[in-house]
Design a protein around this ligand. Structure first.
Ligand code: ZN
Length: 147
């Protein structure tokens, strides 16, 4: 196997698989839920409070991906700070990975700045880690793996 073949082989094992969800910061999750139900023509399938992140979340399924609405539960929440600075809108892109530890290691070696060096528990039965937007062209990136 050549170096390139080996790289392609390894990438196929551990690479980022798909967009798992888009995270959207909202001021009022009830109002936004109604709007998204009308927009997407279907109800949300799950809501969940993530105490550690200070957020209420709500998920819509959309083919292979999801839309995650995020509302702050307190003023220290990253979502409260995001809305204060930028207003409501797209907050992060979450990529689905098979092995989050391996991806964290690979991306660190490639020079990306990780907000979380180790995965933590997120909403929707996921292990998650965020990459700093400084190293990803201004986009907050979440890696997630099924727990
Ligand atoms: Zn997310």
């Amino acid at each position: 196997m050549t170096q390139i073949e080996l790289k392609v082989f390894l990438c196929n094992i551990i690479m980022i698989k798909k967009i798992e969800h888009l995270g959207i910061a909202v001021k009022n999750i009830e109002a936004s839920t109604k709007m998204y139900e009308t927009l997407l023509g279907k109800p949300a399938y799950k809501s969940e409070k993530v105490e550690s992140e200070g957020v209420n979340t709500l998920f819509f399924e959309l083919g292979e991906s999801k839309i995650e609405l995020l509302e702050a539960t307190n003023t220290d929440s990253p979502i409260a700070k995001f809305i204060e600075k930028k207003g409501e809108g797209i907050h992060h892109i979450a990529y689905d990975v098979d092995n989050i530890e391996a991806e964290i290691k690979r991306l660190q070696e490639e020079g990306f700045e990780l907000i979380h060096q180790k995965p933590k528990d997120g909403a929707d039965q996921k292990k998650i880690a965020f990459l700093h937007p400084k190293s990803t062209g201004g986009v907050l990136v979440e890696l997630c793996q099924d727990r």
